[in-house]
Ligand binder design. Structure first.
Ligand SMILES: Nc1ncnc2c1ncn2[C@@H]1O[C@H](COP(=O)(O)OP(=O)(O)OP(=O)(O)O)[C@@H](O)[C@H]1O
Ligand SMILES: [Mg+2]
Length: 448
């Protein structure tokens, strides 16, 4: 994400403060930052809130709400804005007037109830929201329950979500997105802007969903601030929120905050991950006689991003390291998405223990195994000859199957896992750990 410092887009959030840092302007600012947009704020209410409940609400006076918007608009400028918690019809009226005056692109998140169940919009204010604010909105983003209130129909499934979106569009906004976070099955959001566009993500089983709606509407505002279309903004918001939920932060005893920075952290780790593999290669190439540990197929060393989801998030050495005389030599620089096999080990190990990020394969021998145990490593194994035919038939299923056996055997992810081969399959030892360099150092110790 390259940001041209001469023209940083500015987004404004007009919303409530969440003392727990999970939702509201706190989530919005993180989301703006994660998308390379400068965030500004007009705080409408101060809520005392944690992952479980809202314990107090103090509305900011409409004068001060307006003054915040004026202060930002008059000096910094606003490329797009979003609204979140607008507690009373008086606040809604004041915000609507400011929007009419300044005419920035607007996303309205019609927040009515907090994740914990506390009301964030007074009942009589729904009317003001519908009459004053919705007609000014470029996009409005109700969840299923809010869509029911705004459309007057029941929303329990996709078909009803489509109907509700169309009905809400009649209230004046240019586009409507009915979010599917509260429906069953995959999480499907429905955009209606004259046509329907639907985006689907797998439902993530997580408690840490505090702030999903805030982050979603903030991401749309951030992308509109960059001049993107509503459809493109929708796509980016959906990706960001899905990752933010997947890497939600398990804090508190209720709904922990989601993590809008997950995507940014992931990107920032790319370079250091490649450097760790390069350092591991240097150690392996420095081993004077590597003949005992070099398998026919070559040695490889892989390391994943801390937020890895698939093989494209795992780096390794294309073409592997091979013996040249007695020494190992890497054929190329490490790259992401090049080793399917070792990536499978890393990703499978990660599904049992998030801290595992690296794998390194060496030749199988009893002598090496004895050395590994001597070094205090926890070793486990599986027998490829016991692989059920249905696992064999499925592409890429062997490693997850074998790893499950190896993990169950010792009740955790081993530091080294081996199998003794099968027809046409060379026996192999795979070292597993947090860091590629640490694994290369183990190999150096083994050979000593
Ligand atoms: N468990 C989940 N797995 C995947 N996506 C989810 C999940 N929960 C919500 N989402 C997505 O998060 C976004 C926000 O949707 P949601 O319906 O939760 O909004 P909301 O109810 O307004 O959230 P909040 O309670 O934070 O205000 C949508 O894109 C939705 O599809
Ligand atoms: Mg919401």
């Amino acid at each position: 994400m390259w940001i041209d410092l001469r023209r940083v887009p500015v987004a404004l959030t007009i919303a409530g403060s969440d003392s727990g840092g999970g939702a509201g302007i706190q989530a919005d600012l993180k989301t703006f930052a994660a998308l390379g947009v400068h965030g500004t704020v007009a705080i409408t209410s101060i809520t005392a809130q944690n992952t479980r409940e809202v314990t107090a609400v103090q509305d900011v006076s409409v004068e001060v709400i307006r003054a915040q918007i004026e202060a930002v608009v008059s000096d910094i400028g606003v490329d797009a804005a979003k609204t979140g918690m607008l507690h009373t019809s008086e606040i809604i009226g004041a915000v609507a007037e400011e929007v009419r005056k300044h005419r920035f692109p607007l996303v309205v998140d019609p927040v009515m109830i907090a994740k914990s169940g506390a009301p964030l919009l007074k009942e009589e204010a729904v009317k003001s929201l519908v009459e004053e604010l919705l007609p000014l909105a470029d996009v409005v983003t109700p969840n299923a329950r809010e869509a029911e209130v705004l459309s007057g129909i029941r929303v329990r499934g996709l078909e009803e979500a489509r109907k509700a979106a169309k009905l809400i569009a009649e209230l004046g906004p240019r586009a409507v997105i009915v979010k599917g976070g509260h429906l069953e099955g995959d999480s499907v959001d429905v955009l209606y802007d004259g046509d329907f566009t639907e985006l689907r993500a797998p439902r993530i089983e997580s408690r840490n969903t505090h702030g999903t709606g805030c982050s979603f509407s903030a991401a749309i505002a951030a992308e509109l601030a960059k001049g993107r279309s509503v459809r493109d903004a929708f796509a980016t918001a959906k990706l960001l929120v899905t990752e933010a939920i997947r890497y939600g932060i398990p804090l508190g005893r209720g709904h922990g905050p989601l993590n809008p920075m997950a995507h940014l952290y992931k990107e920032s780790e790319r370079y250091s991950t490649l450097l760790r593999i390069a350092e591991a290669i240097r150690i392996l190439e420095g081993i004077e006689d590597a003949r005992k540990i070099a398998p026919e197929v070559g040695v490889n060393v892989a390391m994943s991003l801390p937020y890895a989801e698939g093989p494209e998030d795992v780096a390794a050495v294309p073409g592997r390291l091979h013996l040249v005389g007695r020494r190992l030599k890497a054929l190329a620089h490490p790259e992401f998405g090049t080793s399917r096999h070792l990536a499978k080990y890393v990703l499978t190990a990660r599904s049992y223990d998030m801290s595992v990020r690296a794998a390194l394969n060496i030749a199988h021998s009893d002598e090496t195994l004895a050395r590994l145990k001597e070094l205090g490593l926890r070793v486990s194994w599986y027998d490829r000859r016991e692989e059920p035919p249905e696992v064999k038939a499925e592409e890429g299923a062997t490693v997850p199957w074998g790893m499950r056996i190896a993990v169950e055997r010792i009740g955790g992810v081993p530091d080294a896992v081996f199998h003794t081969g099968d027809w046409g399959k060379e026996p192999m030892i795979v070292l597993l750990g947090r860091d590629a360099v640490q694994l290369a150092e183990i190999v150096r110790e083994v050979v000593k």
